[in-house]
Design a protein around this ligand. Structure first.
Ligand SMILES: C[S@@+](CC[C@H](N)C(=O)[O-])C[C@H]1O[C@@H](n2cnc3c(N)ncnc32)[C@H](O)[C@@H]1O
Length: 384
C-alpha cells in the first residue's frame, strides 16, 4: 500500500482521535454504521468531507462518469424522454460533477435540457469541486444548476438520478452465531486502534435479520458474515416522496437479495478503496479510504413499491448502456484518437470483468413516465 503523506497522516490522526472519543462516550463500542459516519462523513475530516482527490487516476477509485463522458451521454439519451416540457433533473451525490457536466452538454445537444439541474450533495468539499467544474460550462447551462441543502419540499416532475450513492450510505455488519445473530461493531483494540468487536444484535437489527432470513431460500449458516443497510429503504422512500411524476434512475454495484445473501457469499461484500487498491481492512488509515458494500437491490425495489413507484427496469450497466445507444455515441467520435480512447473506455464500462455486470441500473417510475429504451435490452426484475 502506498504510504500517506504528512498531511494525510495528520488527517487520519484527527479522525482517529474523534473515533476514540466517540467509542469511549458510547461505553467502548459503536456499530459499524456509526463508524462509517465518522470515517466517511465527519465534517472537514471524513473521507467524503475532506479535501483529498478521491475520484479518478489521482484518487482512490474511478466511477463510470469519471471514466468517460460516454456514461453521461448514454444517461442523457435514456432520461431525455422523461424531461419533456419543463421538467427538472435532481442528481444526488454528484461527486466531482463529471456526470452533471456530461449530462448537461449532451442534453443540450438533444434539445432536452431540464428546467433546473438540482444537486444534493452532503459533502461541502465536493460541493465546492462541483461548483468549480460546472462554472466552466456555457453560461446558459450553468444557469440551470442549483445546489440544494435538502430534498426539495415540493415534489418535482422529472428525473432523480444517483450513481454510486446507495452504496455510500452507512451500513451495519452482522454474523450468524449458534445463538442467533451478532452485530459486528467497533471497539478500541491494541494501542487504541479501532478493531472489530461483536456483540449480540440489538432488537432492531435482530428483527431486520430475522425478516431477511425468512425471505431467503436457504438458511444462513453459523459463521456467515454479511452487511445490511436498513437506511436504504427510508432513503428511497424520501426520494419517492420528492418525485411527483417521472423516474428515479439508480446505478450501483449490487445484486438482488437471493444472490447477495447467497450461502457461498459468506464473507459479505465489504470492501475498501485506497489509491486504486481494493482490500477488506476498514481500519486502515481512517478517513483516507472509501469503505463500501454491495447494494441490496431487492430492498430498494421493495421500498419503491411501498412508496407507490413502479419498478420499471432493472438490468446490468452493460445492458443499460447498449440499450441507451452507446454504439451511436461511439460513432460520434471526432477523430481516430478520440475513437480509440472512447472504444477503450466503452470496454471498461461494458465488459463483465470490469463495470459491465456487477453494476446495475434500476428505473423506478411514478405516473406516465416515458418508457426508456435503455431498459429494454435486458429485464432482470425476476432476480429481485
Ligand atoms: C461514491 S461517490 C459517487 C460520486 C458520483 N456520483 C460519481 O459517480 O462519481 C458517493 C457520493 O455520494 C455522496 N453522498 C453520500 N451520501 C449521500 C446522501 N445521503 N445524499 C446525497 N449525497 C450523498 C458523497 O458525498 C459522494 O459525492
Amino acid at each position: 500500500m502506498p504510504e500517506p503523506d504528512a498531511a494525510q497522516c495528520a488527517q487520519a490522526a484527527a479522525v482517529l482521535a474523534g473515533l476514540r472519543t466517540r467509542i469511549s462516550e458510547r461505553g467502548g463500542w459503536i456499530g459499524f454504521d456509526e463508524y462509517l459516519e465518522q470515517v466517511l462523513y465527519a465534517p472537514g475530516l471524513g473521507y467524503y468531507s475532506a479535501g483529498a482527490a478521491k475520484f479518478g487516476a489521482a484518487g482512490d477509485f474511478t466511477t463510470a462518469p469519471e471514466l468517460s463522458p460516454l456514461f453521461g451521454a448514454c444517461v442523457a439519451r435514456a432520461v431525455a424522454p422523461m424531461l419533456a416540457g419543463g421538467a427538472d433533473l435532481l442528481e444526488l451525490g454528484a461527486g466531482s460533477g463529471a456526470l452533471a457536466r456530461a449530462l448537461l452538454l449532451r442534453l443540450d445537444e438533444l434539445g432536452a435540457l431540464p428546467e433546473r439541474y438540482l444537486i444534493l450533495e452532503v459533502s461541502a468539499d465536493l460541493r465546492e469541486r462541483q461548483h468549480a467544474l460546472l462554472r466552466a460550462l456555457p453560461p446558459p447551462l450553468y444557469a440551470r444548476v442549483q445546489w440544494l441543502d435538502a430534498l426539495p419540499p415540493r415534489p418535482l416532475r422529472g428525473v432523480i438520478l444517483a450513481n454510486e450513492v446507495a452504496d455510500a450510505l452507512p451500513f451495519q455488519c452482522f454474523a450468524v452465531t449458534a445463538g442467533g445473530f451478532s452485530e459486528r461493531g467497533v471497539a478500541l483494540g491494541a494501542g487504541g486502534a479501532p478493531a472489530w468487536a461483536e456483540r449480540p444484535a440489538a432488537a432492531p437489527l435482530r428483527s431486520e435479520l430475522v425478516q431477511l432470513a425468512a425471505l431467503l431460500p436457504e438458511p444462513l449458516a453459523v459463521g456467515y458474515r454479511g452487511e445490511l443497510c436498513p437506511r436504504l429503504g427510508p432513503w428511497l422512500g424520501s426520494l419517492a416522496a420528492a418525485l411527483e411524476s417521472g423516474g428515479i434512475v439508480l446505478f450501483d454495484y449490487g445484486l438482488g437479495r437471493r444472490e447477495l445473501y447467497h450461502p457461498q457469499r459468506d464473507a459479505g461484500t465489504l470492501h475498501c478503496h485506497y489509491r486504486h487498491r481494493v482490500h477488506d481492512d476498514p481500519y486502515l488509515y481512517p478517513g483516507l479510504q472509501d469503505i463500501t458494500a454491495w447494494v441490496d437491490f431487492t430492498r430498494l425495489a421493495a421500498a419503491a413499491a411501498d412508496a407507490g413507484l413502479e419498478v420499471a427496469g432493472y438490468c446490468t450497466q452493460a445492458a443499460f448502456l447498449l440499450g441507451a445507444g452507446i454504439d451511436a455515441e461511439l460513432a460520434r467520435a471526432g477523430d481516430d484518437l478520440e475513437r480509440t480512447r472512447r472504444a477503450s473506455e466503452a470496454r471498461q464500462l461494458l465488459l463483465p470483468g470490469e463495470m459491465g455486470e456487477i453494476f446495475k441500473a434500476m428505473l423506478l417510475t411514478r405516473g406516465a413516465a416515458a418508457a426508456s429504451a435503455a431498459f429494454a435490452v435486458q429485464d432482470l426484475r425476476r432476480l429481485l
